[in-house]
Design a protein around this ligand. Structure first.
Ligand SMILES: [Zn+2]
Length: 270
């Protein structure tokens, strides 16, 4: 599932073609994503110049003079840049053709992604305004996380996946960050001490930064086949049940937190 690093790498990958480009046409191949794709887009967007491609949490924001297009990639969504006129495949739902002849195409097998339009400040959109601080900014500190975790009985991994606490972190990068600072995913959030929070915040920043840097070196958005343009990550625990821990050689375990899986090393993390 695309989390902050994948969305950020996508932003970096598409910005070069999109920023300053004028929209020539919009094609909606299937309107039923997580929510209905706004039907007015083929009238609203042509002629608009994309001023900026921003990211907030897992949302991409294409800012134009008349308003902003918000894109969420859901569980399986990804974007790529294809030549205009490339016929859509089975899971290609949305195309944004630029006057340059390049087309931004959204593919999403499971259709949990979504597309929204707002003519107001996108940061105040109902989907964005409740999102917590961006983890790679100075606003996200150990002291902040310590404050937010006081009195909370929720498992630490779930706290990190709560977008109102911190933006853009899902299962993968929560598990990876917890491994990096040696804390177990089911640690009760309220039991954290301030030094734990300082280490955890550093671990989150490092994990995300390394992933973005890795993604930047491997990304290729100008591909026509239906697979994400970003990278296989070198993961330590996520998806590695029963495989040897890269640090101690012991077996990685899979656990449950509510309806979600978690992965951890019972030797390295405690
Ligand atoms: Zn280990």
């Amino acid at each position: 599932m695309p989390e902050l690093p994948e969305v950020e790498v996508t932003r970096l990958g598409i910005s070069k073609e999109l920023v300053g480009a004028k929209v020539a046409a919009v094609a909606i191949h299937s309107e039923k994503l997580r929510s209905l794709v706004p039907q007015g887009l083929p009238l609203l967007l042509p002629g608009q110049t994309i001023r900026e491609v921003r990211r907030r949490g897992k949302y991409l924001i294409l800012a134009c003079p008349a308003g902003s297009l918000l894109l969420h990639l859901g569980m399986t969504g990804h974007l790529r840049l294809v030549p205009g006129g490339t016929p859509p495949g089975a899971h290609d739902h949305f195309d944004l053709l630029l006057e340059s002849g390049v087309m931004l195409r959204m593919n999403d097998v499971r259709r949990f992604g979504s597309i929204h339009w707002t003519d107001a400040n996108p940061m105040q959109h109902q989907l964005l305004r409740g999102i917590g601080p961006e983890p790679l900014t100075a606003e996200f500190t150990g002291e902040y996380l310590y404050g937010k975790s006081r009195g909370r009985k929720v498992a630490l991994q779930r706290l990190l996946m709560d977008a109102s606490i911190v933006a853009g972190i899902g299962n993968i990068y929560a598990a990876e960050s917890l491994f990096r600072c040696r804390l177990l995913p089911d640690t009760k959030a309220g039991d954290l001490l301030l030094p734990d929070c300082l280490l955890l915040v550093d671990a989150i920043k490092d994990t995300l930064s390394v992933s973005i840097a890795t993604g930047r070196t491997t990304m290729d958005f100008s591909r026509t086949e239906e697979r994400p343009a970003y990278f296989p990550q070198r993961l330590y625990v996520y998806g590695r049940e029963a495989k040897p821990c890269r640090e101690c050689g012991g077996a990685i375990k899979r656990g449950r937190l509510g309806n979600r899986s978690t992965f951890f090393c019972p030797v390295c993390q405690h």
